[in-house]
Design a protein around this ligand. Structure first.
Ligand SMILES: Cc1cc2nc3c(=O)[nH]c(=O)nc-3n(C[C@H](O)[C@H](O)[C@H](O)COP(=O)(O)OP(=O)(O)OC[C@H]3O[C@@H](n4cnc5c(N)ncnc54)[C@H](O)[C@@H]3O)c2cc1C
Length: 385
């Protein structure tokens, strides 16, 4: 096998990259450690796509049911601070789109199917200086000769480990809880985010063809609140607080999933002809639903640089191509990570003065059209993140 790009990880980002490169006649293979895709999709976990990510999947011809978000109301559940975002404020039809994770993963699996090798992983990568390429040893002892290795294998990336990428990690000491629920909110395309001592609670509409459940909830809770309570109990005991805030009954309609929340960011995105993309390079708090959007923006920049490089010559300078990708993405991602951490810390604080300040801050930004447009344009993907 001599693909130009060997991708470790057939998640959303790895499969997207393989499909986009294939559309541009650049050969790739995807090494995915899990065996064939599980058939029992649970339709619980969701992703919020911004308009730029949506365009990327549209361009691949992927059609999946999406729920549109036109307005987001954000407020402090224990104070008076609030801020409302609306797509009409920036002249857009929608702010973002909610998709089922399984649905997008499944469609991208179908697109990349012929190029995915399941049940194996990369064991070693060595340089072949004679041919200016890499030899990749797989766990089934097969050797792949390739020009680039792209680590798209998530937060605990094997490629990062093998190639000794250095990372900065942090623990939010929070757990993200997610489930679907039936409830009747005031408007169909409206999402809410409530900051409170009981956690950061986001409720968003679900794609319309799912008749069973109408909303998805992503709720991040400080771990110290979960010490004496199991997650199911915590949800059932505290959901009434948010029902009161939203003036609606929230009827849980799925299993309750939970994930420990960490952040990480690698110091460099590339070494030689090896590169990290998506969650392999960075992971972020789900507070603003930007994880997958950063990954798509990375994937787009990586594909653009490779495609541009091969348009000019077959003999490209791999390091230069990857350096361009790194320059385009690293600072942008770092800025988003730091901003998210700032919000998480601001809303975690139970200090009275900080509470007053954040209530004042939210309401002030709400009155400032310039700042509001800035936030909306970045979060919705109108301005590239
Ligand atoms: C509760 C929760 C809610 C979230 N909500 C949102 C949201 O609303 N919006 C949003 O944008 N983001 C959200 N995210 C983040 C988002 O899910 C991730 O950013 C995204 O899935 C990253 O995609 P990826 O393809 O880079 O990595 P992953 O999804 O981690 O995929 C990695 C792939 O690599 C494979 N793999 C792992 N190790 C190896 C190996 N050694 N060899 C080969 N293959 C390997 C895995 O099996 C997997 O297929 C959320 C995350 C959580 C935890």
């Amino acid at each position: 096998m001599n693909p130009i790009v060997t991708i470790s990880g057939g998640g959303i980002i790895g499969n997207y990259i393989s499909s986009r490169l294939s559309k541009n006649n650049i050969e790739s293979i995807v090494i995915e450690k899990s065996t064939e895709e599980a058939e029992n999709k649970n339709y619980i976990r969701t992703l919020t796509l911004n308009s730029f990510s949506k365009k990327l999947i549209d361009d691949l011809g992927i059609q999946i049911p999406l729920a549109k978000i036109k307005k987001i109301n954000v407020f402090d559940g224990e104070g008076t601070g609030k801020i409302n975002f609306s797509s009409s404020e920036v002249g857009e039809d929608n702010l973002s789109y909610v998709a089922f994770f399984d649905e997008l993963q499944h469609e991208l699996n179908k697109k990349a199917y012929q190029r995915i090798i399941h049940g194996v992983q990369i064991k070693d990568i060595s340089e072949d200086s004679n041919t200016n390429s890499l030899n990749v040893l797989l766990s089934d002892q097969e050797i792949v000769n390739t020009k680039f290795v792209a680590g798209c294998d998530g937060r605990k990336s094997k490629v990062a480990e093998i190639s000794s990428f250095k990372e900065i990690t942090g623990n939010y000491h929070q757990t993200a809880i997610t489930f679907t629920a039936k409830c009747s909110l005031k408007e169909v395309n409206l999402a809410y985010q409530i900051f409170s001592e009981k956690g950061i609670f986001a409720i968003m509409p679900l794609p319309a063809n799912n008749t069973d459940s109408t909303h998805t909830i992503v709720w991040s809770v400080n771990d110290k609140r979960l010490v004496n309570s199991d997650i199911n109990n915590y949800v059932h005991k505290n959901i009434a607080f948010f029902e009161k805030q939203l003036f609606t009954k929230i009827e849980i309609s799925s299993d309750i999933l939970s994930f420990k929340l960490f952040n990480h960011h690698v110091k460099e995105y590339m070494t030689g002809s090896i590169v990290l993309i998506g969650d392999a390079a960075h992971s972020i708090h789900p507070l603003a639903g930007q994880g997958i959007n950063l990954g798509f923006a990375d994937a787009d920049a990586f594909c653009e640089e490779i495609i541009k490089g091969y348009e000019k010559s077959n003999n490209i300078n791999q390091k230069l191509v990857l350096k361009r990708y790194e320059i385009r993405r690293k600072n942008m991602n770092l800025l988003m990570l730091k901003s998210m951490d700032f919000f998480v810390n601001l809303f975690r604080s139970e200090n009275l003065y900080i509470k007053l300040l954040r209530n004042f801050g939210l309401s002030s930004v709400n009155k400032n059209q310039f700042l509001k447009r800035f936030f909306i344009n970045h979060a919705s993907g109108k301005n590239k993140i």
